[in-house]
Write a protein that binds this ligand. Structure first.
Ligand code: PLP
Length: 476
């Protein structure tokens, strides 16, 4: 019998039998217990030690709210995913609308219009690249770039920089410039070599054997907020072209307006062969990443019909992720968030530069747009020097942690230390922050930095408590 056309039947609306809001209301207060019992107990201990066990209940834009309704300014932005702020109405409505549309989603043996539209929109920002490959995370973008580069060049070598962070899956971990992440997980991928960041001579030496498929670099390093010398990225691009190596920019943290340009590489006028993005593209709601690449690279991977699925992932290109990407780009453009990042970032950097002139513990300020690192270092005066040495001999980088504690407790500002054993406090807020938020940041840092120059004082006694805890943990 021939298949007869069947009228599409809309599911009838029924009251959901599962009420997630009720479940959350009933059990939200158990969150630390649940994690201690069933998940990462060490993370709970870290939060309790540094006073971050607030139990946030909601988030809007650049702010978080605790159980009492108190407002906090979030300078972590979920490690950079909330460029447009939390729960942006445009993003929320977009996702609701996709859910309400009964789209077929992930047919797999079809292609999705939303994915095509997001690819088209992304490439309009990076016109010298031709193709987009979607993934579910930053690390997956790095994995794809490694595979694409090896396949396209027929070489196996990958060169990365000291202090680099490209993610924690095995390929990405093999390019990690901080040994602590690799400890005990080896062996990692062969033929990966580290070069010092911002050192063209070392890079040329590494590339000159002509066996390197790709040089992968963060234009501004997330760990430490390290900015290369002005001529470095141009020089690196020229060396890559000279030795037949693909030049890959990891813009997973720096991309989508974070540094006051759509991509950070635009500050230096380079045009890589591949650009990796993720984090902010999600709007913070639906994980997504993308590899933007030249046609010549892409076509070396997907060059015959039997290779059409030679690399991919089941969930990549799912409708919610694609819609989140489109809505995020729309908000970034319509709310002029790139311009806002440049404006508010310049104001904050000027403020911290002034602070470094006035306080001996503040050594330098690095950053572009709203990716800012404030580096602290050994003081000159005797009293401070003794206190500094006491903390630093227990744990290198310990000084910064007691700064973050009064920032959250007394000033309701969430901020992070920029990596293991780091002396840099890092600001990575949503790109929607305004001048009032800048004043909030300035007031808080001015007070806490002033306090840190008093010995004895609250910052140092907190430091001493943390040092004692570290020693106790080591002894047990
Ligand atoms: C520069 C950079 N690359 C890659 C990654 C990995 O991204 P994901 O955590 O989504 O795997 C990160 C994450 O912090 C990052 O900052």
């Amino acid at each position: 019998m021939r298949n007869m056309p069947v009228q599409e039947k809309k599911p009838t609306e029924t009251k959901p039998s599962f009420d997630i809001s009720a479940l959350l209301a009933e059990r939200e207060a158990e969150r630390y217990g649940l994690h201690t019992r069933h998940m990462n107990e060490m993370m709970v201990k870290v939060l309790q030690t540094i006073g971050f066990d607030v139990g946030f209940r909601s988030g809007h834009g650049q702010y978080l709210f605790d159980r009492a309704g108190d407002r906090y300014l979030d300078l972590l932005s979920g490690w950079g995913v909330f460029a447009i702020g939390r729960n942006h109405p445009v993003l929320r409505e977009t996702l609701k609308s996709v859910l309400a549309s009964d789209l077929p989603n992930l047919v797999q043996m079809d292609v999705s219009a939303l994915a095509g539209l997001l690819a088209e929109r992304l490439l309009s920002f990076v016109p010298y690249l031709d193709k987009v490959f979607f993934v579910n995370s930053g690390a997956e973008a790095v994995e794809a770039a490694i595979k694409f580069a090896r396949r396209a060049t027929g070489r196996s070598g990958i060169v990365y920089c000291s202090h680099a962070f490209h993610g924690l899956s095995y390929g990405a971990l093999s390019l990690n410039g901080d040994a602590i992440f690799r400890e005990g997980f080896g062996p990692t991928l062969p033929d990966c070599a580290e070069v010092p960041f911002s050192d063209l001579a070392a890079l040329e030496k590494a590339l000159s054997r002509r066996d390197v498929a790709a040089f992968i670099v963060e234009p501004i390093q997330g760990k430490g907020v390290n900015i290369p010398d002005d001529l470095y990225l141009r020089g690196a691009q020229a060396l890559c072209r000279k030795y037949g190596t693909l030049f890959v920019a990891d813009e997973i943290q720096t991309g989508l307006g974070r540094t006051g340009r759509f991509l950070a590489i635009e500050h230096w006028g380079v045009e890589p062969d591949m650009v990796l993005i993720a984090k902010a593209l999600s709007g913070g709601h639906v994980p997504v990443g993308a590899v933007l690449t030249r046609k010549a690279v892409f076509e070396k991977v997907f060059y015959r019909m039997d290779r059409a699925v030679v690399h991919g992932s089941t969930f990549a290109k799912n409708d919610l992720a694609m819609a989140a990407g489109l809505a995020t780009l729309e908000v970034i453009e319509s709310e002029r968030l790139i311009q806002n990042a440049a404006h508010t970032g310049a104001r904050l950097i000027a403020f911290f530069q002034d602070l470094s002139q006035r306080y001996e513990l503040v050594k330098s300020v690095r950053g572009k747009g709203l990716m800012i690192g404030v580096e602290f270092g050994p003081p000159r005066s005797l009293k401070l020097k003794a206190a500094w040495t006491l903390l630093e001999t227990v744990n290198a980088g310990l000084f910064c942690q007691p700064l973050t504690i009064p920032l959250i407790k007394d000033h309701k500002i969430l901020v992070q230390v920029a990596g293991h054993a780091s002396h840099t406090v890092k600001l990575l807020p949503s790109l929607v922050i305004n001048d009032a938020d800048c004043e909030w940041i300035e007031r808080a840092f001015a007070a806490v930095v002033a306090d840190s120059h008093k010995v004895p004082g609250a910052v140092w006694s907190l430091g001493k408590t943390l040092a004692d805890q570290a020693l106790k943990a080591r002894a047990s």
